[in-house]
Design a protein around this ligand. Structure first.
Ligand code: KIV
Length: 289
């Protein structure tokens, strides 16, 4: 019996090829099946099931409240919608820190939920050993350096990272270790454009920037930011392509008006009894009244 494993059109090799051929890699976050399908059909290379889900969908103040259970559910939903592009799932806060074994087990759970790769934040020696073991176990890994939201409390706020030559070299050093450990790509968040360019030019694996300027090998943005749905704040680096917040609230207001005025539902939106059943109803009415 032969088992056919359907690989996505976009694989880790596509990322490496795009870097070599100087084609930009496109990545967007998504958290539900239908948005994932629309992004996939639009031709995005990769969907990140980011732990930003905690802030933009679940209403938490930071990403640190997101659990493995949350990530499993959202990863499965996105994977059902994204048939072509590469789905990357974020490993949530504290799901990869207590031991390498626990980290690999949790990464495996996200692959089982439908992701093709996992992303984890940081580049310490411990994290490098996690990346190595994941890759050895068949789990592709995306690194994440620069501003790493899960370290918000340690970093003391949403601060640009790598703001000096020394700090840039430090990030490059961590990125190289991630590359050596087998990571196939690294996200660079909120670093100066010049630093991101230097890091990008000195790596063999692609960089995906968010708030990292124009010279990274690809770009990633949060879906709710590009769609104008998340209204708590708009990061400087996020470009808004739609105003879903207005679309949603205007739609809700129109619906409320239509229900209150009797304009909804109308003839096209209702079901009727057949003529025969109507006659039966009349009989019941005449016998009982
Ligand atoms: O969780 C997320 O959305 C991310 C992006 C900001 C890269 O990690």
């Amino acid at each position: 019996m032969s088992v056919e494993v359907k690989l996505k059109d976009v694989t880790v090799n596509t990322f490496l090829k795009k870097k070599r051929e100087k084609q930009k890699i496109t990545m967007l976050t998504a958290y539900d099946c239908s948005t994932a399908k629309y992004f996939d059909d639009a031709g995005v290379d990769s969907i990140l099931v980011g732990d930003s889900v905690g802030m933009v969908v679940l209403g938490y103040e930071s990403t640190t409240s997101v659990t493995m259970n949350d990530m499993r559910v959202f990863t499965a939903a996105v994977s059902r919608g994204a048939k072509r592009c590469l789905v990357v799932a974020d490993m949530p806060f504290m799901s990869y820190h207590s031991s390498v074994e626990e980290a690999v087990k949790n990464a495996g759970e996200l692959i089982r939920a439908g992701a093709s790769a996992v992303k984890l934040e940081g580049g310490t020696d411990y994290l490098i050993s996690v990346v190595k073991r994941c890759v050895e176990s068949g789990i592709p890994v995306v690194g994440h350096l620069g501003f790493t939201p899960q370290y918000l409390n340690v970093l003391g706020g949403y601060k640009i990272q790598g703001k000096s030559a020394d700090k840039t070299r430090f990030i490059l050093n961590q990125a190289k270790k991630l590359e050596e450990a087998g990571a196939f790509c690294v996200v660079l968040e909120m670093v100066p454009e010049e630093s991101a360019k230097y890091i990008t030019e000195n790596l063999n694996i692609p960089t995906i920037g968010i708030g990292a300027g124009r010279y990274t090998d690809g770009q990633v943005l949060v879906a709710d930011d590009i769609l104008g749905k998340y209204s708590e704040f708009k990061p400087k680096f996020a470009r808004r392509y739609a105003d879903l917040k207005s679309v949603i609230s205007e739609s809700a207001k129109s619906y409320i008006n239509d229900v209150q005025s009797g304009a909804f539902p109308d003839e096209t939106e209702i079901f009727h009894l057949s003529e025969d059943e109507l006659k039966e109803m009349e009989k019941i009415e005449s016998c009982c009244n």
